[in-house]
Design a binder for this molecule. Structure first.
Ligand code: G6P
Length: 367
């Protein structure tokens, strides 16, 4: 197939904007429409005996795994270990019978992740692979192939593969919860309905593109940027910081909002923008109080929340980004979009090579 940028300036931008379609495409193969309702399909793979999940991945795929840990534990009550692949096999990990190892990889070829897969397989783990390239080595070596249908991703900084990985992992968490008898029929329908709302919500998030472009110059001059979030927004803070440093070369750090007082708060002054990812919900108040600690020290905050959250806490912020109101399950899928757009527009404002950032490779096949 011919791969071009279409009307977009960069592949990364094109791939960000493809997300409503590719997430819908991905979800379609994990959810089923039955008598007018969307439900989980009959599983071909029996998950009921899974006693423990180990997730291994690198880079952005690793952050998708971190979000999934919250979901697997919350919905299926199955304990989850997660490691970056380069650490996994060198720390003598304990793998017991009944363990499911999930590798997450856009390319399906990342050397460290592949080595972790082989190590776990040799230790008797069942291997599930969430990969975007169905012909890849990981896809071939896994027991259970869970493809993301993101299409080819050209931009070195991963975007659409990430939201598709999250979509597959959310569906897998729901399936595991069901297999464990942890979901009533009503809860299943509700979970699945929320998931199915993701593509439209991503569209809503993309509508904020121009506003994010307009605020990018406020960040482009910074030397350091901090990202804060709680719960599943904590891995998103890490992903936001990764995206920004990858393509704009600005030093950025993601932190659990509640951990900020144990270190990074020492860095706060009016030269360090702080991006706060805080959809309204059970953790909102807590994150806002961390945000106020930043503001009390002269810190400049960009708050990413929904209308209610911005109404409640937007005053006094350097800028705000308004997201559609979504169920907490899909919030990380939707909030990934402004985080990507912010990194993208800051990089464009700085004039860096967005699709081919220096020193980075799309697929890392050496250890
Ligand atoms: C490289 C890419 C990242 C990607 C990571 C993992 O560092 O630049 O965008 O997240 O590899 O790649 P994978 O193909 O395993 O998801």
């Amino acid at each position: 197939a011919l791969i071009d940028k279409g009307n977009h300036r960069h592949f990364m931008q094109k791939e960000i904007f493809e997300q409503p379609i590719v997430v819908a495409q991905t979800l379609r193969s994990y959810l089923q429409r039955l008598e007018g309702q969307i439900v989980l399909p009959i599983p071909e793979f029996d998950l009921s005996g899974i006693r423990r999940v180990t997730i291994v991945a690198c880079g952005t795929s690793y952050y998708a795994g971190m979000v999934a840990k919250y979901w697997f534990e919350q919905f299926a009550r199955v304990p989850v270990d997660i490691d970056v692949a380069s650490e996994f096999r060198y720390r003598a990990p304990v793998m017991e019978p009944g363990g499911l190892m999930i590798v997450i990889s856009q390319s399906g070829e990342t050397a460290d992740t592949l080595a972790a897969l082989r190590h776990a397989k040799a230790e008797g783990q069942t291997i599930a692979a969430v990969v975007n390239v169905p012909t890849s080595t990981m896809a071939r070596e896994a027991d259970l192939l869970l493809p993301t249908h993101a299409g080819p991703e050209i931009g070195v900084a991963s975007t659409k593969a990430f939201t598709c990985q999250l979509s597959v992992l959310a569906a897998l968490a729901a399936n595991l919860a069901k297999a464990k008898g942890r979901l009533s029929a009503e809860e299943e329908r509700a979970l699945v309905r929320h998931l199915a709302e993701a593509p439209a919500a991503i569209n809503g998030a993309l509508a904020y593109d121009e506003a994010i472009e307009a605020m990018a110059p406020l960040i482009a001059g910074a030397r350091d940027v901090l990202y804060l979030g709680r719960g599943t927004d904590y891995p998103l803070a890490l992903e936001g910081a990764l995206k920004l440093k990858e393509i704009s070369y600005i030093h950025a750090e993601g932190y659990a909002a509640g951990e900020m007082k144990h270190g990074p708060i020492a860095l706060i002054d009016d030269a360090v923008p702080v991006i706060v990812i805080a959809p309204s919900g059970p953790l909102f108040e807590k994150t806002v109080s961390n945000m106020q600690e930043v503001q009390a020290r002269g810190g400049k905050v960009v708050l990413i929340s929904d209308y209610d959250g911005i109404e409640a806490a937007g005053e006094g912020c350097l800028a705000t980004i308004t997201m559609p109101k979504v169920h907490p399950l899909i919030a990380p899928i939707v909030y990934a979009v402004p985080v990507q757009l912010l990194a993208y527009h800051v990089a464009v404002a700085k004039g860096t090579d967005v699709d081919q950032p220096r020193n980075l490779a799309k697929s890392v096949t050496v250890e």
